[in-house]
Design a protein around this ligand. Structure first.
Ligand code: MG
Length: 400
C-alpha cells in the first residue's frame, strides 16, 4: 500500500519462450493491455513462423527465434518488420534470454524442451515467470539451486501455484501447515475404469473449464497434470510430501488453498483465465487492472469439492511416489508421460495405457539419487524409448 507514491518506472522488458502456444498468446494479450508496464524484447517459437512473424509486426521485438530447422529455412523473412532480427536454434534462445536489457522471461515451451531456455534465463539472473512445470519436474533440485546461485527469481504461472504464491505473500515457511492444490478433474471425472477403456482422443481433448494446448489437456484428463503439479509445488515452495494435498474442484474458480499453522485457510479465486497468473507473475507484488475476466458474484451460488478417485486415476499416486523418491524419478515420469501422450494423440496407445506405461517405466528404471543434468537427460531419453518399446509390445500381445 506504500507504492502509490512510487515514481513511474520504465516498462519491464519481457522475452516469451513459446510465444505461439496457449500461454504465449495469453502473455501477449496481457502485454497488449499494459503497454506502459510491459514491453516485448524477444519472442521464440518452434515452427509456427507465420504466427510468430505476425506477433513481431504487432510488438516490434528486437529478436525472434525459430527452433525448427525446416521452418527457419522455409519462412518468408519479408513478413518481418525491419526492426526485428530472425535467429535460429538453442544458442539463440540462450542469447535472447540473457541480453542485458531483458528483465523477465516467460518460460512457456511445453515439455522437457522448455528446460534449456529456463536454465539460461536463470543463469543470467532474470525473473522467470514459469509456465513450463516440466522444468521443475525433471530437474527441480538443480533448477532451484541454480536460481539461488545466480540470484534469479522463479515466479509460478501455473494457476494453482500462482494461487499458493499469492496466498503465501507476506508469510514465512514456518507458518505453513500445508497446501491443497485444486484439480478440475478433467472431462472424465466420475467415470469408472471400464468406461475409460475406449475413450477417444476427441473426448480427452474436451476439457470442461480450461482452453489449453493438447498435451496439458490430456494430462488433465489422466490427472497426470496434477501429479506433475504436486512435484512442481514441492520445489517452488520447499515443502515436504506430507504438506501437499489435492482436492477436486470442478468449477475451476478456487485455484488452490494454503492452510496456515493457526488453522486459517487462504484461497485465491477468479474465473479460469491464464492472463491473471501471467500478469501477477510479471508485475508481482503489484496488482493492476488488466484484461482478466471478473468473477460474476451474482451468478456464483455454490462451489463444489470432492476427493480424487485415485483408483480410476492412478497417475496422481505416481506424482506422490516421485515426490517421495526424488532423484531421477521426475525426469523418467515426465519423459514417459510426454511420449505416452504423443502416442495416445496419434492413436497408438489407449487412454488408460498412458498411466500404465508411465508406472511400468518408472518401476523398471535405473534409479539415481543425486543425478547430474546430463544424467537426467539420459534418463529422459531412456524413458521415451522404453514407452515406445512398451507400446510395441502391447500391439504384439493378443487382445483379450
Ligand atoms: Mg495448473
Amino acid at each position: 500500500l506504500n507504492r502509490v507514491n512510487d515514481p513511474p518506472r520504465k516498462p519491464l522488458r519481457v522475452v516469451v519462450l513459446g510465444s505461439t502456444g496457449s500461454i504465449g498468446v495469453n502473455t501477449l494479450d496481457v502485454v497488449a493491455h499494459l503497454p506502459d508496464r510491459l514491453q516485448i524484447a524477444a519472442l521464440c517459437a518452434h515452427a509456427s513462423w507465420e504466427t510468430l512473424f505476425a506477433q513481431a509486426r504487432q510488438f516490434s521485438p528486437r529478436y525472434v527465434v525459430l527452433t525448427d530447422a525446416t521452418a527457419f529455412e522455409q519462412c518468408d523473412r519479408s513478413q518481418l518488420p525491419p526492426c526485428t532480427q530472425l535467429l535460429f536454434g538453442p544458442d539463440a534462445v540462450a542469447k535472447i534470454v540473457s541480453e542485458p536489457d531483458v528483465d523477465a522471461v516467460v518460460s512457456a515451451i511445453v515439455g522437457a524442451a522448455g528446460l534449456t531456455g529456463t536454465w539460461a534465463a536463470l543463469e543470467a539472473g532474470k525473473l522467470v515467470a514459469l509456465a513450463n512445470k516440466e522444468t521443475l519436474v525433471v530437474a527441480g533440485s538443480l533448477v532451484v539451486e541454480l536460481a539461488r546461485k545466480h540470484n534469479a527469481r522463479i515466479v509460478p504461472v501455473d494457476s494453482e501455484h500462482s494461487a499458493i504464491f499469492q496466498a503465501l505473500t507476506g508469510h514465512g515457511a514456518h507458518e505453513v501447515e500445508r497446501i491443497v492444490l485444486t484439480a478440475s478433474g478433467g472431462p472424465f471425472r466420475g467415470r469408472t475404469r471400464s468406461q475409460l477403456e475406449a475413450v477417444t482422443v476427441d473426448e480427452a481433448l474436451r476439457h470442461p473449464t480450461w482452453r489449453m494446448g493438447p498435451k496439458i489437456t490430456v494430462d488433465s484428463a489422466t490427472l497426470m497434470n496434477k501429479a506433475l503439479e504436486v512435484i512442481e509445488a514441492k520445489y517452488l515452495f520447499a515443502l515436504s510430501l506430507e504438506q501437499i494435498d489435492v482436492i477436486l474442484h470442478p468449477d475451476s474458480i478456487v485455484h488452490s488453498f494454503v492452510e496456515f499453522v493457526d488453522g486459517s485457510v487462504l484461497a485465491q479465486l477468479s474465473p479460469p483465465d491464464m492472463r491473471l497468473p501471467i500478469q501477477y507473475a510479471l508485475l508481482y507484488p503489484e496488482r493492476v487492472s488488466g484484461p482478466t475476466k471478473r468473477l460474476q458474484w451474482r451468478e456464483l451460488c455454490s462451489l463444489h469439492f470432492e476427493q480424487p478417485d485415485r483408483e480410476t486415476f492412478p497417475a496422481l499416486n505416481l506424482g506422490f511416489e516421485v515426490l517421495r523418491r526424488g532423484g531421477t524419478c521426475g525426469a523418467v515420469l515426465n519423459a514417459a508421460n510426454e511420449r505416452a501422450v504423443e502416442l495416445f494423440l496419434c492413436g497408438e496407445l489407449r487412454f488408460l495405457d498412458i498411466t500404465r506405461a508411465c508406472a511400468d517405466v518408472l518401476a523398471s528404471h535405473d534409479y539415481l539419487v543425486n543425478p547430474s543434468l546430463d544424467e537426467l537427460w539420459a534418463s529422459d531419453r531412456w524413458a521415451r524409448q522404453e514407452v515406445s518399446r512398451w507400446t510395441r509390445l502391447q500391439h504384439r500381445s493378443p487382445t483379450p
